[in-house]
Design a protein around this ligand. Structure first.
Ligand code: GCU
Length: 679
């Protein structure tokens, strides 16, 4: 295997550019590194590792007054403290300044907290990994959200729900005694992008996780992660007091239930004093919850919040709730359940909302709960594991998808009330802020199953740290750190990454189509899927194709889900003349011969998109072929093979969908296209 595949974006390859290498060597030749906490030690170790890899040098440790590079907390760097321009360093922010002191030039990496220093060191290493001139550094950064957390959907038996990169990296059998080096490298990778928490287990939670034996295992992981500032959280099953505790009920208003959770929390904190808290999936997809006892989400979340509050823990309560037997539009259910509860959640509770109201589709309009809940802290949940985006087989860079949601304007407090601004807590100062990513990590040597899937983990961290960050810039950094700084590679591959999500939308679900994957697995096409016994998933539930047209009418003449948005957004999506092509069939049912903005009929436009999507994958394959000189043979070969599969799958998607929808439209496929074949 290529070692670099395992080492992710922290592979610290030798610097090729000799000009900047001279700068780096000078700076690193004499380093003052403040000593102290395990986090500072971790930072020190990382810098030494980076120096070895990037420059093949071992920095000399010198006294504060001699350092060309000075690293430590502000109260550890003496007089230099007065010369740095830190700005706002709250929430583990950091500063990197080049300071000229007479004839001395010194680079200072500093922060208020140990963890801030660690983040600063990673940022300094990134400068060198991406080949930057470090002559005049003037960087101040602080995270814009407080909790940046991975959600592992990992089960105790090491299977991973919707995991496409092998088995769970948590080796429960060998824990707590054995700490795999992989855990440390996992923590390093997370810290390098600012991730500060991890939910170890699946939201469809197994009660075993709350048994004393598993709490000890979780403690071992928490101990391993602590030097990297990663807190451990657990998903809990709402019925645990019954199933584990032997109580008669899990009713959140019952005193014995409250006590059970309080005691359980105290037990956890005894082992893990900085335990982060609970993630809860309740009353969704068959999971138990407060509604099972006639209570509501706030009752349930607040009861858990009270159990955790004495220990400063938090509850992340998911809004991904629906009952597939409710005949009403599934997209409306979360809003209907949560809107009446706005403002009723305790301070240590945050409601975790997926980017869209259905389920991580290739494209969804932003979730209407963003904006609708104005008194409740909301966090965004995105899915790094590509459940509906071709698993770990398709190259799909997801940052543009995350950004599409974050940049969406809810208009809740007037123009500019973007999801990103809501996430940052601009309208609810001092309340919890957070973002979650469903992890795409497993036991595969390259962690994520596809070398490019690593970019989704990477970009999640960057965007959780700064929801306003730019997807193209993140791709640029990731490519440089992961592969090479050679522009002949960076330019074309960045371009391909930035298009890749739109390509997938085109060959899977163009024009606002959604949830037309095969019910079994969610990988290939299945717009015809029928008879899986669910009210929300009959053959035509989501696309509503018939002889007259196609699309889900979510306007006033249909389910009226669009009414859950603020008036400006309602008009944008709901009025046909405003609705962008990308969301057309999400909100409107339109005749096959409807005239699109392009001048084409809806049918021809749909066909064109499917063909464009497939052609784009072919282009990507061509571009990749030209990248051979810049990539190690192992990764070149991996990506080449995966792209070939992706192409075949894209063709299958296109052919299946075009032929299926043609049975309704009864319209011809332009003969300029290759004829679609049945499988
Ligand atoms: C999707 C996914 C499930 C998962 C669920 C969730 O429906 O298919 O496997 O449990 O999302 O987010 O809870």
């Amino acid at each position: 295997y290529a070692q670099s595949d395992y080492d992710l974006w922290l592979n610290y390859r030798p610097v090729q550019n000799t000009e900047v290498a001279i700068q780096y060597r000078t700076v690193l030749s004499k380093v003052f590194f403040a000593s102290g906490s395990p986090q500072l030690k971790a930072a020190h170790q990382e810098l030494w590792m980076g120096s070895k890899g990037l420059l093949n040098i071992v920095p000399a440790q010198v006294a504060l007054a001699q350092g060309n590079l000075v690293i430590g907390k502000l109260n550890q760097i003496g007089e230099l403290r007065k010369l740095v321009q830190p700005g706002d360093l709250s929430d583990d922010g950091f500063v990197i300044n080049t300071i000229v002191q007479g004839t001395r030039k010194v680079v200072v990496v500093s922060a208020e907290t140990d963890l801030g220093v660690l983040y600063g060191v990673f940022a300094f290493l990134k400068q060198m990994q991406t080949g930057k001139n470090i002559d005049q550094l003037n960087i101040t950064e602080r995270p814009k959200t407080m909790v940046r957390v991975l959600n592992h959907w990992d089960n105790p038996n090491r299977t991973v729900e919707r995991g496409y990169a092998g088995f769970s990296i948590w080796n429960w059998h060998k824990l707590p005694g054995y700490i795999d080096q992989k855990y440390i490298d996992y923590a390093r990778a997370n810290a390098s992008v600012g991730i500060n928490g991890t939910v170890l287990n699946n939201v469809n939670a197994n009660i075993i996780m709350l048994t004393p034996a598993y709490i000890e295992k979780a403690k071992a992981l928490a101990d391993a992660f602590r030097p990297y500032g990663i807190k451990v959280y657990l998903s809990v099953k709402f019925s645990s007091p019954v199933e584990l505790g032997g109580l008669k009920t899990a009713d959140p208003l019952d005193d014995t239930v409250k006590k059970w959770w309080k005691d359980k929390a105290a037990e956890i904190y005894k082992s893990i004093p900085d335990f982060g808290g609970f993630l809860v999936k309740a009353n969704s997809e068959g999971q138990p919850g407060p509604q099972t006892y006639g209570r509501n989400h706030a009752d349930g979340a607040n009861m858990l919040g009270e159990a955790l509050a004495p220990h400063k823990g938090i509850v992340m309560w998911r809004a991904f709730v629906y009952d597939n037997n409710v005949p009403d539009d599934r997209a409306k259910q979360a809003y209907n359940e949560f809107k009446p509860l706005d403002g009723k959640f305790n301070d240590n509770v945050i409601v975790q909302v997926k980017n869209g109201a259905i389920d991580f589709q290739p494209r969804e309009p932003f979730h209407p709960l963003f904006g609708a809940l104005s008194q409740t802290p909301l966090m965004l949940e995105v899915q790094l594991t590509q459940e509906y985006l071709g698993f770990s087989t398709h190259l799909v860079y997801e940052a543009p998808l995350f950004k599409e949601c974050l940049d969406a304007d809810t208009y809740a407090k007037g123009e500019g009330t973007t999801v990103a601004n809501i996430l940052e807590g601009k309208y609810l100062p001092k309340k919890l802020t957070a973002m979650a990513g469903v992890a795409n990590i497993g036991t595969d040597v390259n962690w994520c199953g596809h070398p490019f899937a690593q970019s989704n983990w990477y970009s999640f961290g960057r965007i959780a740290w700064n929801p306003q960050a730019d997807a193209a810039q993140i791709a640029d950094d990731w490519l440089r750190m992961t592969f090479t700084n050679d522009e002949r590679f960076i330019k074309p591959m960045k371009d391909q990454m930035m298009r890749s999500r739109e390509n997938a939308v085109n060959y899977m679900t163009p024009l606002g189509l959604h949830h037309i994957m095969g019910a079994n697995g969610h990988y290939g096409p299945g717009p015809w899927t029928d008879n899986i016994g669910r009210a929300d998933w009959t053959a035509v539930y989501y696309h509503k194709a018939d002889s007259l047209g196609v699309g889900f009418d979510r306007t006033a003449t249909g389910s009226n889900a669009v009414a859950q948005y603020y008036p400006e957004v309602r008009d944008y999506f709901g009025k046909l003349e405003n609705c962008p092509d990308e969301y057309l069939l999400w909100f409107h049912h339109l005749p096959w011969n409807y005239k699109m903005r392009s001048g084409k009929t809806l049918w021809n436009e749909m066909v064109a998109r499917y063909y464009t999507g497939v052609d784009a994958v072919k282009d990507m394959q061509q571009v990749w072929k030209g990248m051979q000189p810049y990539v190690d043979p192992v990764r070149f070969n991996e990506v080449e093979q995966l792209m070939a599969v992706q192409y075949e799958e894209a063709v299958r998607w296109r052919n299946s969908c075009v032929l299926y929808f043609q049975t309704f439209s009864k319209m011809p496929i332009d003969p300029k296209y290759p004829k679609p074949e049945h499988d």
